[in-house]
Design a protein around this ligand. Structure first.
Ligand code: HEM
Ligand SMILES: *[C@@H]1O[C@H](CO)[C@@H](O)[C@H](O)[C@H]1NC(C)=O
Ligand SMILES: *[C@@H]1O[C@H](CO)[C@@H](O)[C@H](O)[C@H]1NC(C)=O
Ligand SMILES: *[C@@H]1O[C@H](CO)[C@@H](O)[C@H](O)[C@H]1NC(C)=O
Ligand SMILES: *[C@@H]1O[C@H](CO)[C@@H](O)[C@H](O)[C@H]1NC(C)=O
Ligand SMILES: *[C@@H]1O[C@H](CO)[C@@H](O)[C@H](O)[C@H]1NC(C)=O
Ligand SMILES: *[C@@H]1O[C@H](CO)[C@@H](O)[C@H](O)[C@H]1NC(C)=O
Length: 326
């Protein structure tokens, strides 16, 4: 085929060909033009009484996308046809923010009934949460539809745990099409939010049966964490993921790693695994907040593109917790 003909064919396919499941930034431009400001308004309001809610909301988008793609599956409650993902190990007694998602859904149903999917609400809420906390803005790609199924086993197997090796975590990101750069950039979301003692206490007293703490843990930080999480104390006490600026979205996560102040083993591994390709990326983001912000926005779009339901697949749920009519 000659070049002009090839170009014409490619253009024609792009404009009129069968939908290839691509999301775009203007999906609701005519059907719900205020969607972003409505979502942002509800979150702004929620932040007044809960400084942590932005962190909780972006985590919901992450836990949605890694299990069957970004399809709102994480939001479904148990029912006759659904085994909820909320009971999976990485989620149970941990993921939160469902009331705020419901408030967003209600506001959107009042403005543009039956139009905006719950999966897209999570993607928009993630961006709003980051930008309201001082982080970057980006054009959220939209057009996802909601699943009619959940996958609890998938939530148990696909989501990374804080106890895993860097190579295992890298493999879990790779399994959903995300690379090492995405892993380091997206881990920067641990610049805000909280973690329970149970997610890192294994590092504080008897790391891997050594009788000693994790050697990659800053001794000053170790002392602080031991105070918050004493042996035989409560495992659910909350701790700031970023001890320097707990509620601000900035690049301090990476300077923390350089100072051996990563909260989770999975955080500190990005910097302390000898010879790992993640080290230079951490140093780059620690040195330049704008490099981090640019990469973070690009990687959020990559994560948001994981296997969405589009076109006539799935549905637009009326209630994010339930399949329509189910
Ligand atoms: C790289 C592998 C990751 C691991 C092992 C991991 C693990 C965890 C753990 C254990 C917690 C604390 C849960 C609790 O104590 O209840 C947490 C919290 C959090 N994670 Fe991650 N995470 C990872 C990646 C991500 C990504 C990619 C994002 C978002 C882009 C993210 C965003 C958050 C946020 C914002 C919180 C705080 C949530 C809150 O305060 O409610 N994490 N993560
Ligand atoms: C966005 O995607 C929808 C659905 O595929 C499509 O109808 C619309 O034309 C797209 N908008 C742009 C600007 O590509
Ligand atoms: C969008 O919001 C503005 C105020 O924020 C309001 O004046 C306008 O009527 C809204 N438009 C729609 C279509 O809801
Ligand atoms: C959901 O259903 C599963 C399987 O029937 C059950 O084990 C679990 O306890 C239920 N969870 C809730 C929150 O009701
Ligand atoms: C890494 O993954 C392998 C294979 O799934 C598993 O056997 C191993 O326990 C994992 N390692 C850690 C530290 O989680
Ligand atoms: C914690 O409890 C165990 C037994 O359950 C006990 O042997 C140990 O001394 C306790 N440690 C502290 C610091 O209280
Ligand atoms: C431990 O953290 C402090 C900041 O709190 C820092 O000055 C120091 O260099 C860190 N030590 C190590 C070994 O990273």
């Amino acid at each position: 085929m000659s070049t002009p003909v090839l170009v014409a064919v490619v253009l024609f396919m792009a404009m009129f060909g069968p939908s290839n499941g691509q999301l775009n930034a203007t999906f609701y431009a005519s059907t719900c033009p205020n969607v972003s400001s409505i979502v942002r308004g509800v979150i702004q309001n929620a932040l007044q009484s809960d400084a942590r809610i932005g962190a909780s909301l972006i985590r919901l988008h992450f836990h949605d996308c890694f299990v069957n793609g970004c399809d709102g599956s994480v939001l479904l409650d148990n029912s006759s046809s659904i085994v909820t993902e909320k009971d999976a190990g990485p989620n149970v007694n941990s993921i939160r923010g469902f009331n705020v998602v419901d408030n967003i859904k209600t506001a959107l149903e009042n403005s543009c009934p039956g139009i905006v999917s719950c999966a897209d609400i999570l993607a928009i809420a993630a961006e709003a949460s980051v930008s309201l906390s001082g982080g970057p803005t980006w054009n959220v790609l939209l057009g996802r539809r909601d699943s009619t199924t959940a996958n609890r086993a998938g939530a148990n197997s696909n989501l990374p745990t804080p106890f895993e090796s860097l190579s295992n975590i890298t493999a879990k990101f790779s399994a959903v099409g995300l690379n090492t750069n995405d892993l380091v950039a997206l881990s920067g979301a641990h610049t805000f939010g909280r973690g329970q003692c149970l997610t890192f206490i294994s590092r504080l007293y008897n790391f891997s049966g050594t009788g000693n703490p994790d050697p990659t843990l800053n001794t000053t930080y170790l002392a602080t964490l031991r105070q918050s999480c004493p042996q035989n104390g409560s495992l659910t006490t909350l701790n700031n993921l970023d001890p320097t600026t707990p509620d601000t979205f900035d690049n301090n996560y990476y300077t923390n790693l350089q100072n051996n102040q990563g909260l989770f083993q999975s955080d500190q591994e990005l910097f302390s695994t000898s010879g790992a390709p993640t080290i230079t990326i951490v140093n780059n983001f620690a040195a330049s907040q704008s490099a981090f912000f640019q990469s973070f926005a690009a990687s959020m779009i990559n994560m948001g593109n994981i296997s969405p339901l589009t076109g006539s697949n799935g549905q637009i749920r009326t209630d994010c917790k339930r399949v329509n009519g189910g």
